[in-house]
Design a protein around this ligand. Sequence first.
Ligand code: PFF
Length: 462
Amino acid sequence: MSNREQWSSKTGFILAAAGSAVGLGNIWKFPYIAGENGGAAFLFIYLICILMIGLPILNVEILLGRTTQKNPVGAFKALHGDSHWKYVGGLGVLASFTILSFYSIVGGWSVAYTFEALRGTFHSFETPQVAAEFFNLKNSNPAWVVGYHTIFFAMIVVIILSGIKAGIEKASKFLMPVLFIILMVLVFQGLMLPDSDKGMSFLFNPDWSKINAKTFLLALGHAFFTLSLGMGAMMTYGSYLSDKDDVVNASYLVAFLDTLIAILAGVAIFTVVFSSGYDPTAGPGLVFHVLPPLLAQLPGGYIFALLFFLLLTIAAVTSAISILEVSVAYLVDEMRYSRKKATLIMGALVYFAAIPCALSFNVLQDVTILVQGKAFTFFDTADYLASNILLPLGGFFIAIFAGYVWGVDEVVKNLLKGNSESVYFGNTILESSSSKKVFGLLIRYLSPILIFLVFLYQFGWI
Ligand code: PFF
């Protein structure tokens, strides 16, 4: 345990954790989910989910890692012996396979589109329809999808092989500021466009008529996904922290950065979409069908399209490393494998597990299963299973564990161990008995009950 690698600084951890949180969820998923579900009305519900459910669980996850200095399976074992709780950690390892198998495909598309942007391909697209045809044509070729999945995956494996400080931390310290700068450039150019206010009002004016129980389900599922919760990614990153680090403060920062970047991505995307008079409710195709021609047609469009796909690639890489690290840490801690052996073995397993998702757009496109009346391919199923089932389920058990098994008193006592940096946004806030009570209420009652209701709703039982 003493030779476990640690982050070299608090900033290193924050950037790595923010890198995990800020991903395709913020740039590829959030804008279209918000667009389809009432804009600001969705944003409002989503913020409530982040604050009341995401934030407490984020604290608990990082703390579980910091306290036990272990991967998710080892963390539960360390606190509760060889009991059934270790399967909650196991669920995380399973989720890491499921998520990465579709994530790496979208990551591969992002890499591919960065190259296409570099070659100036998007200039020839007159309309999003042409762009959609291009996207479908490319995806109908299995070698293209698998090839870019391979390139994307290789980048992640190389980073993970280099370890915590020299790999994950170094990559995040370089990539996250670059991501932020690119995003600011795109936001700024978006705001300069004619009719950019239409995009802004779409994002910030609420349409309450779109809000129903399903919106809540989506917002909660997305809150888990976007904060990388429920599968032990934050637990694993937390396990490379020392007792001196303030978990509460770090959690606020990570949740804040993640939300800020999702909103900024929404601004960057919707200003362009509205100023070109297009429909924002284009589903997942928004980023790959609608944006390339719209960005390319702007003055200086070559560079904006390139920047956008670079942004998407960076966001995907820093998240994907945290997903793979969960399974790698499991092998390193529990099986005593070297980092190299663990990375190569897990990397190969997850790489092959993703192939059916890659083939969902071509050879296996007709292989579907019926989920809630819709035909889902492997790709859709992996996305659905992870966001709507595995992550909330993991979150549910983590809340139950913290609230009833480990106990709120013990959780708060451990949270207070770190050096506090701020009275309001650090662990000092938990010293007051009222905020401890609120924390207890959220983790013992609100989180598990709401997650449970979401499940009941999802399976049509309420
Ligand atoms: N938070 C990432 C995103 O928003 O794209 C996705 C993710 C990363 C989910 C790590 C889960 C995870 F453990």
